[in-house]
Structures are given as structure tokens and as C-alpha cells.
Design a protein around this ligand. Structure first.
Ligand SMILES: Nc1ncnc2c1ncn2[C@@H]1O[C@H](COP(=O)(O)OP(=O)(O)O)[C@@H](O)[C@H]1O
Ligand SMILES: [Mg+2]
Length: 454
């Protein structure tokens, strides 16, 4: 049977599709020439089984239709590929409680089913460049408490959501080559291209004058910068530029002129003291190894029941390509610890109850939230400008000082979106769904934005 697409009179008029006998039809990276029929008595569109086969889709599959006037093509989609490096092989209902990094992928696949279009997970090894197809995976339940990964052949995606979940996998050559090749495809766009480097982020952000009041002073760590910073501030944080989870952070406190105390956050906590910058570097070198570090002004953070905290914001682009807060919570450092990462024993409190306890008055709480919103907007706007809008999702660590002023501590490009103490299932689900809606938008199919943050 012939490759054929029948489109309703209504859609042809709506999208101003030229009424020729043949038309190019694109799904993801595959383009097929097809016969075009316009029908009065049709709802939407229909494609023939042979066209569906050439496009690697099922003819019954619900895809949206648009007309790409620039390319003179019918575009069916969206096709969203989630790039990962491995599939979790544990199966079972508990996979839908995505508290482990691997289970996040299972959950994402599950949530992807509610997106109109094709959504699949793929690995660098899944790509078949010559046939422009991909072996994609989706998680399906086979019984109430058992699931399996099902695979199928899909077209190359319109949009790649990069979910490579560790810096170590990201630098593998197979991953780098895959990203580069995807990047060169004419119809594919990637978002969340890479992990962020703390030094590069601060350099980029400090170009925006409006952000200056929110950025703690930050330098690349060396003896000279350490000496300069020690003369200026009584507390400093030394942090690995490519670090995360609080690992390798060194807090430095100048107790008096020749008395410098330090705490290394490694597996546990290691305390020490020394008397000058050069010796401090020497004493900590085994822990820093050869890794690049930054030295940052220590913030005099406000406390909640005696412990320091920071505000973690999951900032996401939505189905209209606009940034919005997807999630906002406070992480309280355990006891007298100076770092509040959850992986280091930090606990979660809703920002609402924290602000209520700190500021009491509604007007004051609103003022603080407005300031934080402004900070988020400035950060995302500046990064968008510098990266050509490459990020669809950011995790912002914001510290509030004793005067109530918000400071940007760190920006993450692959923030964890689950916490075991998470209260609202809906907020969590939306925070997983929103990047897929953004993917749909990037593919040319905007969707109604998901529900708002708490
Ligand atoms: N300049 C600073 N002043 C005060 N506390 C800080 C500072 N930098 C980091 N911290 C604390 O350490 C934690 C981890 O630092 P962060 O820069 O987010 O590194 P990581 O990538 O390891 O999460 C922060 O969440 C915060 O609690
Ligand atoms: Mg952090």
C-alpha cells in the first residue's frame, strides 16, 4: 500500500498547508515523502500503515501535527529521547518511589507516558546512525508489583533530554562522541548539555552587574588568592570546582592572625589548624589531590533552631519555554555542621514553614520570596544568554545571611528532584514531567504549563 497521509480540511486550513499531491512528512530525524489527501469528514489526520512503518511509528500512535513552513514539511511529534548511560535492572513497584538515582529514570519513563508524543530512554549504544533510528526503552508494569524495560525502534529524537547522571560517565569518550554527533543532527536539539563547573559559573554570572550583590566573592584557589581572601574574610570555603554532595569541601576560619582552623568534609570530618596560607594548602593537599578548587567568601548564614540551612530551588523551563520554580525547600545542616547537603545528613523542611518561623509577618515573607525570585530570574537569564539557552533545568543553592539577604552559593545543572521526606506527590511528579513538556515545546509543540510550585 502507498505511503499516504490524510489530513482534515480543518487542520489544512488552520496550518495553511499547501494542497499539493505529495508532501514531506517528518518524525524526529526521519523524513519520508508521502501522498497527501485532504478530507472533509476526518478528525485530525491519519497515516497509512506503510508510511507509519517507514517512520518507525505505530499508525495508531497519537502524535501531534504541525506544518513547518520554513522546511515545507509536515512534522509529527514530539519525539523526546532521554539520554542515560544505563538502565536500572531492579524491577518492582518500589521503582516508582524514585529516591535512588537509578529509580529516577524508571519514574521519568513512567511519567513520560502522560506526554502526547513519543518519549523513550536511550543509551549511547542504542543509536543507529545509518537508519536514523534508535533502540528506545520504556518501563512497563507486567503485574501490580513487577515491571520490565520494553524496547522498540524509534526515530532519532527531535529533542534530547540529557540525564547522564554522573560527571564520571559524562566525560567518557563514548558519551562525548554521542553528544557531539547528536548536536550535529539537523533536526535534533539537546538540553542540559553538561554538568557545571563552579568556577566557570561564577565567572559567567559575575559579568552581570545586577547579580553582583548576590554573589559571594569567589576566586580560583592558589596560594596568592588564598592569602588575599584570608586577609579579607574571617571564614572561607574551599570547594572542588567539579564537586558535588559536599565532598571535598574545606571550611577555613581565621581564629586570630596566625591561627587558622580548618575542617575538611571528606568521608567524615577532619579538623586541623595551621598558621598561614602556604601551610594550609600543604596540609590539605592529600584531600584536594590535583583537582581544581575555588576559594569562596564564607557567608554568615542565618540559623534555624541553631543549625545553618540553605534554600534549594529546582528551577525549570516549562511547556512554554519559560522558567518557573518547580520546587523550593530548605535543607537544614545536621547539628553544628557547616554544610547542608542531604547526602551529608541534612534534612528537609518546606520553605514555607521555615520562612514562617524566621520572619513571621506575611509581608516580610513575601518580600523575601520576591528577592529570591529575582535572584533566580537573574541567574537563569544570564546563563541563558551565555549558553544560548542550553539549560532546561537548574538547581540553585541559596544561602540567607543574618540580615536576611539571599546569596547564591552554587548552581547545579542536574539537580536531584526527589527527597525521601517529600510531602507532595504532585509537586514531585510535575518536577519530573516539566522537562518533558519543555522538550515538547523545543520540538515545536508547546504545551499548557504544568501546575505551579507550592
Ligand atoms: N560560601 C559559603 N558560605 C557558607 N556556607 C557555604 C558556602 N559554600 C558552601 N556552603 C555550604 O556547603 C554546602 C555545599 O556547598 P556547594 O557549593 O553547594 O557544593 P556541593 O557541590 O558539594 O553541593 C552548601 O549547601 C552550604 O551549606
Ligand atoms: Mg550544592
Amino acid at each position: 500500500m502507498a505511503r499516504e497521509i490524510c489530513i482534515s480540511e480543518r487542520l489544512v486550513t488552520k496550518y495553511d498547508i499547501p494542497r499539493s499531491n505529495t508532501v514531506q512528512v517528518r518524525v524526529g530525524g526521519i523524513i519520508v515523502e508521502s501522498k497527501l489527501k485532504v478530507r472533509d469528514n476526518l478528525n485530525g489526520y491519519q497515516i497509512s500503515p506503510s508510511l507509519a512503518k517507514s517512520l518507525h511509528i505505530k499508525s495508531s500512535k497519537k502524535l501531534r501535527l504541525r506544518y513547518d513552513s520554513q522546511e515545507d514539511m509536515i512534522h509529527l511529534g514530539p519525539v523526546i529521547g532521554i539520554l542515560a548511560t544505563a538502565l536500572p535492572n531492579r524491577a518492582g513497584r518500589e521503582e516508582l518511589d524514585p529516591t535512588s538515582l537509578q529509580a529516577e529514570l524508571t519514574y521519568l519513563s513512567h511519567v513520560g507516558r502522560s506526554i502526547v508524543g513519543l518519549v523513550y530512554i536511550f543509551l549511547p549504544s542504542s543509536l543507529n546512525w545509518s537508519s536514523k533510528s534508535v533502540r528506545g526503552y520504556n518501563y512497563r508494569f507486567v503485574s501490580a508489583n513487577r515491571g520490565v524495560w520494553e524496547s522498540s525502534l524509534y526515530p532519532l529524537p527531535d529533542v534530547v533530554y540529557n540525564r547522564i547522571a554522573s560527571r564520571r560517565s559524562e566525560i567518557r569518550s563514548s558519551v562525548q562522541t554521542t553528544l557531539q554527533m547528536l548536536n550535529e543532527l539537523p533536526y535534533t536539539r539537546i538540553f542540559n548539555p553538561s554538568y557545571l563547573n563552579k568556577w566557570q559559573v561564577f565567572q559567567t554570572l559575575s559579568q552581570n552587574e545586577l547579580l553582583k550583590p548576590y554573589l559571594p566573592e569567589t576566586c580560583k584557589l592558589n596560594e596568592e588568592s588564598l592569602e588575599k581572601m584570608l586577609n579579607k574574610y574571617s571564614v572561607l570555603y574551599l570547594k572542588p570546582s567539579n564537586g558535588s554532595l559536599g565532598i571535598g569541601i574545606i571550611k577555613v576560619r581565621k581564629a586570630s592572625e596566625n591561627n587558622i582552623k580548618f575542617t575538611i568534609y571528606y568521608r567524615g570530618r577532619i579538623n586541623g589548624s595551621t598558621d598561614n596560607a602556604a601551610r594550609l594548602l600543604k596540609k590539605t593537599s592529600v584531600y584536594r589531590k590535583d583537582k581544581p578548587y575555588i576559594v569562596q567568601q564564607g557567608l554568615d548564614l542565618c540559623r534555624y533552631h541553631g543549625s545553618v540551612f540553605d534554600i534549594r530551588i529546582i528551577y525549570q523551563k516549562n511547556g512554554h519555554g519559560e522558567w518557573q520554580i518547580g520546587k523550593k525547600f530548605a535543607r537544614i545542616a545536621p547539628g553544628r555542621s557547616s554544610i547542608s547537603n542531604l547526602s551529608r545528613g541534612g534534612r528537609v523542611v518546606t520553605s514555607r514553614s521555615l520562612f514562617k518561623s524566621l520572619y513571621k509577618r506575611k509581608s516580610l515573607i513575601e518580600e523575601k520570596n520576591a528577592r529570591i525570585n529575582e535572584l533566580c530570574r537573574l541567574v537563569s537569564g544570564t546563563l541563558d544568554k551565555e549558553s544560548n539557552g542550553a539549560f532546561g533545568e537548574l538547581g540553585l543553592d541559596i544561602g540567607i545571611d543574618n540580615r536576611g539577604w539571599p546569596w547564591l552559593i552554587e548552581v547545579n545543572s542536574k539537580p536531584r528532584k526527589t527527597t525521601e521526606t517529600e510531602r507532595s506527590q504532585i509537586i514531585m511528579r510535575n518536577s519530573f514531567k516539566r522537562p518533558l513538556e519543555y522538550g515538547s515545546y523545543l520540538a515545536g509543540f508547546p504545551v499548557k504549563a504544568g501546575s505551579r510550585e507550592t
